[in-house]
Write a protein that binds this ligand. Sequence first.
Ligand code: GDP
Ligand code: MG
Length: 176
Amino acid sequence: GNKNINAKLVLLGDVGAGKSSLVLRFVKGQFVEFQESTIGAAFFSQTLAVNDATVKFEIWDTAGQERYHSLAPMYYRGAAAAIIVYDITNQASASFERAKKWVQELQAQGNPNMVMALAGNKADLLDARKVTAEASTLDAQVYAQENGLFFMETSAKTASNVNDIFYEIAKRLPRV
Ligand code: GDP
Ligand code: MG
């Protein structure tokens, strides 16, 4: 029969990567150019129906600032899923490097069965990227595969792959 699953999900990643924008797009179908930066963390919930289950996501959107780092375990502890977000347009890949640090931390301290997604966000700005664009997409794909995540390029602005990333997580959650 149809199962009801409650899933705690945390968004992690550098400030400005688009965590709040992805949540706003997923939960309310909206986008704002001047999204206010998150203080501490914000909570949202949204339900998604997949083939065999109805998944209620309990979403923690974290701030990303280093000064809030010590709070992060409160949000990822007990989480069934995480979306680690980076900004694909970020120069010198600092945002991607920050994402990798979050993955390491989750691997060391998170729930071992956690479903992890890597979101390369701001895909609408693809053309603004340098010639290294395709190499960095490939890097992210390889990195994700080696570390047991799945990878998608998303855009909170155009909604590209936003529902899809949550849907993919919902499909991968363990059915108890
Ligand atoms: P957070 O700090 O990770 O929560 O990032 P925000 O959601 O606050 O987004 C930071 C800035 O990037 C805001 O000005 C957003 O409007 C913008 N932004 C977020 N996602 C996208 C996207 O997919 N495309 C574009 N062009 N801008 C985005
Ligand atoms: Mg935010």
